[in-house]
Every structure is written in C-alpha cells, then in structure tokens.
Design a binder for this molecule. Structure first.
Ligand code: ZN
Length: 408
C-alpha cells in the first residue's frame, strides 16, 4: 500500500486558477536617449535645493526618515510623499520598483497628464522630450488628462521631485526648467511610474560603497536601503550602474555633502562611476517591464516515487513554464532575468511543521525552468501509523516581482 499524503499536501497549497484577462501593454521598440558629457548627472540635487526638516517616523521596528518641505515630504532628496502617504507608510516598498502593490501602477500603462501654467516654452520642450523617450522605450503611454481622476501634473519648480507610483487623484512632478536637464524629468517620471532609487536596493553593498564621512549630519537617511528602513521589497535584475535611477558618484550639492569634488558613492573596487547616457538603461527597462509587462508562470510537477509497502518515499520536482498571457495559452521563452520565489513546507511527525521560503534566479531564453524539489519519507508501523521522524514536504510557487503565478 502506498499512502499519497504528499500529493494531497501539494494539492492543498497554492491553488490559483488562471485569470481571465489582464490588460497587456503593447510592445515598443528602443529609442535614442542622448549622450551626456561631463561627470554624470547631478540633476537629483538642483542648485536651489533647500533641505527640509528631517522627521523620523517609527512604525514597529521600521524607521523612516523624511524631510518636510513646505506642504509635502521628501524621501531620498526627490521622492515626494503626501501627508497621507507618510501616515500610511508601511512595509510594502521596494528597491528599483517600489510597487509591490499593483493598485499603485497605472492601469494599462496609461498615464494622463496636465501641465501647470507656470511651465515655460523650455519646460514644455523638456516635457515633450522626456515623454517621447518613455513612450518610445517602454510600453508606457502619456495622454492629455482632463484634470479628473488620477493624473500627473508637470510643474516648474526649484526642486525635482515626484511621488512613487500612482498616488490617486492629482500628483505633481516638480522640475527645474533648464534646458539640458531633461534627464531629471526621465528620472522623476521613473518614480511616478513606480521605480525607486537604484542605490536603495537590498544588494547594493555588493556593488557600491557609501562614503559616509562625506555626508552631512542629518542627510544620511538619503542613503538608506529599504532594508535599513525595515521594509520589504524586491530587487529586480542586477545592480545597474547605468540606471537613470542611480544617484551620481560625485554629489555636487553642498547641502548634502562636505566635499562636492570627491565621490560620495563609489564602486566597491573604489572607483567612481560616470554614466554617460541620458535615458532609461537596460536595467531600468527590465524594471518597467517587470511592473507593466509581467510574464505568467505555471507550475509543473514531476515525481520520483520509491515507495513500498509500509514506506512512503517520493520526491516532487517543481518547474515553471512561461506564458505571455493570463490564460496560459501562449508559451514564450522568458524575455528577461527573473527571480522566482517558492515556499518549501515540511512537517515532521510528530507535531513539527515548518519550512522556508527561497528563490531561484532564472536566465532568459528558455520556456521551462527547474525551481526546487521536496522529499517525503515516511515509514508506517503495523497499524499504519507513521513512525516518529516521518517527513512530509511540498513545494509551491509564491508571488513575486515581474511575474504572475498562474497556478498549475
Ligand atoms: Zn529620485
């Protein structure tokens, strides 16, 4: 006789049906950005930047530092938070993509926008250029807004700032109307679409080192990772030194740093970095795709069974298959690197249960990938009761950034 408890346990976990329909953002092609000369971008820190009062917000074990700037709050120099968001700030933020919450994305990748009356001809040209870059390189579309519903308003300002993701109602992208600083707008739009700063990634210390000695007291919070803040988040892809969402190596704002001529952020090998392209990098596009063009994964199980009378012994192997659509009818090769999260659940007789969550990074180009295996091994006594030490295991896919788990 062969008890099949592990199969039942597998059946019991992670049952999701394929969803009927999800809005798919159409594929767009690459478009030119612009080479920039000099020593990288410093548009994050415009000359007239006025540091606000630093406020510490504690929530459980999480500590969040923000700057109060008039009627709004700033995080990391240019990320705008409303009073409501500050109040609501909790665990759900991420590294390159802050949006673990799909409700904060723009439906269908469509962003309605209006332009404040203070925007000059120069400012208008900058907006058009930045929007064209976004539309040409990603599936995001900008459409004229009516001032109703959720929309972005571009406003000329002495600061560059934006909320992260769709806040609900009107949200303002403030920018300095100086020809040549269009990269700042691409960056701020990145926040509005849902991207966070590259240097906030959990894994950033493997790639960059912060020169804390050069940072003015009170400004350290601008260089925290989301883990430092006690928040949950996702790192999408690998660290990208060309990201438009990365602070410059040399920060030239004396409000932030003591010495504006030396690197405040360096590569871990001690060298500075000089991005020379004003536009979305490969890593940025990967992040936007992860948010707005997720792939759909279906779980596939295969089994090895060595069971005999009085002994159950089998191994289940979990793989995923990649689809383009929510109904899982169109198989595709994975278009980009993906981190697939899984949970291994285990119970050991008598009375112990546990397990762990893990993840596997899969590289693009294939349609099916092995993820993890779970082993069940149990002996039964003459009364068909499991003997102590019996171990039942199962493994299933968890939700994660850049993919939708579509069941099995
Ligand atoms: Zn920013």
């Amino acid at each position: 006789m062969k008890p099949k408890i592990s199969l039942l346990m597998i059946l019991a976990i992670c049952w999701f049906g394929c969803k009927e329909k999800e809005s798919a953002v159409p594929e767009k092609k690459e478009a030119p950005g612009r080479e920039i000369s000099g020593k990288g971008n410093n548009f994050y820190f415009p000359k007239d930047y006025v540091p606000g009062e630093v406020i510490k917000i504690t929530k459980g074990k999480s500590v969040l530092y923000v700057e109060k700037a008039g009627d709004h709050y700033r995080l990391e120099g240019d990320i705008m938070l409303t009073q409501e968001q500050v109040n609501a700030f909790r665990s759900d933020t991420s590294a390159r993509a802050v949006i673990g919450d799909a409700a904060k994305l723009w439906p269908g990748g469509v962003v309605p926008f209006t332009v404040n009356s203070n925007v000059t001809g120069t400012g208008m040209n900058m907006i058009n250029w930045a929007i064209q870059h976004w539309e040409a390189t990603t599936g995001i579309d900008f459409v004229p807004g009516t001032g109703q519903g959720d929309y972005v308003e571009f406003e000329g300002s002495t600061e560059n700032s934006s909320a992260v993701g769709r806040s609900g109602g009107k949200q303002t992208i403030r920018f300095t109307q100086t020809s040549g600083l269009e990269c700042a707008l691409i960056h701020e739009i990145g926040h509005a679409v849902g991207l966070f700063h590259e240097q906030s990634r959990a894994d950033r210390n493997n790639f960059i080192a912060i020169n804390w000695d050069n940072i003015r007291p009170g400004m350290e919070h601008n260089f925290q990772t989301y883990v430092d803040r006690g928040m949950n988040g996702f790192d999408i892809g690998t660290f990208d030194f060309n990201s438009i969402m990365l602070y410059p190596s040399v920060i030239t704002d004396p409000n932030f740093v003591f010495d504006v001529t030396i690197p405040t952020i360096e590569r871990v090998d001690g060298n500075p970095y000089w991005p020379n392209f004003c536009g979305l990098s490969a890593g940025d596009l990967e992040s936007v795709d992860a948010l707005y063009r997720p792939v759909f994964l279906k779980a596939i199980y295969s089994y090895e069974d060595y069971s005999s009378d009085w002994e159950q012994y089998n191994i289940s192997h979990l793989s995923v298959k990649v689809y383009a659509d929510a109904a899982c009818t169109v198989e595709i090769n994975l278009p980009r690197r993906l981190q697939v999260k899984y949970r291994l659940s285990q119970s050991i007789h008598p009375g112990q249960s546990g397990g762990y969550d893990g993840s596997v990074t899969i590289e693009p180009g294939q349609n099916q990938y092995y993820i993890a295996s779970a082993t069940t091994h149990c002996r039964y006594d003459g009364s068909m009761n499991p003997v102590p030490g019996c171990t039942w295991s199962s493994v299933g896919i968890l939700a994660g950034p850049g993919y939708t788990y579509a069941g099995w």
